[in-house]
Design a protein around this ligand. Structure first.
Ligand SMILES: Nc1nc2c(ncn2[C@@H]2O[C@H](COP(=O)(O)OP(=O)(O)O)[C@@H](O)[C@H]2O)c(=O)[nH]1
Ligand SMILES: [Mg+2]
Length: 301
């Protein structure tokens, strides 16, 4: 557990610098006043907390400041932690894997880390004792399936794939049949991620969902949207488009290690109302963590 906190802290180092170090340096020799709060507002915006969410946080702090409840830096830090925690603490974050076989559909635009996340997630589920299979429904490029096979080999789990250009619907149909026949407990489906503005991608994903639901009632149990934390506020628009078209059950926020803008977690929760279920903090097989609201806020501030 200590180890986990340590690496989440490391993963959030850049964002923490943006928020916490700024609070720290603001505090030195200064009293808590309006200009302090203005600078805090800038720090929150700079870490991609989002204008709407930042405004809400600042309203709370200003209100308390007026009531003389925030006279020390420590009080500001504690209240900030509390407000941020409240934003991310609602909604279930664990995967809802029901029934003997569950399907996790992984979606998102190109390069956000879908395939890598699948490799990490398969490793985690396997460590929990689950029998896991992968489906290469990103048939857009041959390299995509090959990349998934590499992760399958690394985890020593089967990967169902077809030829490049094959119908993703046919891949999931076969994968589901194979998963049932082989007594699998989790099937994770990789998908293509061409630009979200292309409606044919959404149609393709809808078809995949339809086939899954037809062949296995309740499937997919999870449709996870993989979002690159370095994308900035545009990521919110991406998530909204996918959510409207296919319905997302949760977010995997990747590449937190590479950005000072980890505040996007709060914007996702507040402005999209979608739970962040996992965070990616590196390229290694162990670098996928549960999103634990308390731990996240503590690691941040
Ligand atoms: N630093 C870092 N890199 C990541 C993370 N997740 C994925 N990547 C990298 O992002 C790149 C694209 O990942 P990939 O899984 O191929 O994306 P896909 O196109 O969505 O399937 C690869 O170089 C990954 O190693 C992460 O959490 N942190
Ligand atoms: Mg991929």
């Amino acid at each position: 557990m200590l180890n986990v906190i340590h690496s989440l802290r490391e993963g959030l180092a850049k964002t923490r610098k943006n928020i916490s170090d700024r609070i720290g340096s603001l505090i030195l020799g200064e009293k808590i006043d309006e200009s302090f709060l203005d600078e805090l507002e800038e720090a929150l915006i700079a870490s991609d907390v989002g204008t709407q969410t930042t405004a809400m946080v600042l309203d709370d702090l200003k209100e308390r400041f007026k009531r003389n409840e925030l006279s020390s830096p420590e009080q500001v830090r504690e209240r900030l932690k509390q407000v941020l925690f409240e934003i991310v603490s609602r909604g279930p974050v664990s995967l809802s894997l029901t029934g003997t076989l569950s399907v996790i559909l992984i979606v998102g635009v190109n390069g956000t880390g879908k395939t890598t996340t699948i490799g990490k997630l398969a490793h985690r589920l396997q460590k929990e004792g689950k029998k896991v299979m992968l489906a290469a429904a990103d048939t857009f490029r041959a390299a995509a399936a090959e990349q998934l096979v590499v992760w399958g080999d690394r985890n020593n789990i089967p990967v169902i794939k077809h030829k490049e250009g094959a119908d993703p619907g046919a891949v999931v149909f076969d994968a589901l049949a194979a998963a049932k026949a082989r007594g699998m407990e989790v099937l994770i489906v990789d998908t293509a991620g061409r630009l979200h503005t292309k409606s044919n991608l959404m149609e393709e994903l809808k078809k995949v969902q339809r086939i899954l639901a037809r062949e296995l009632p309740g499937a997919p149990q999870e449709t996870l949207f993989v979002l690159d934390a370095t994308t900035g506020q545009n990521a919110l628009a991406q998530a909204r488009t996918f959510h409207q078209a296919i319905g997302i059950t949760g977010i995997v926020l990747t590449k937190l290690d590479g950005t000072p803008k980890g505040g996007i977690v709060f914007a996702i929760n507040k402005e999209l109302g979608l739970p962040v279920k996992f965070v990616g903090i590196g390229e290694g097989i162990e670098d996928l963590k549960d999103f634990d609201p308390r731990e996240f806020v503590e690691a941040l501030l």
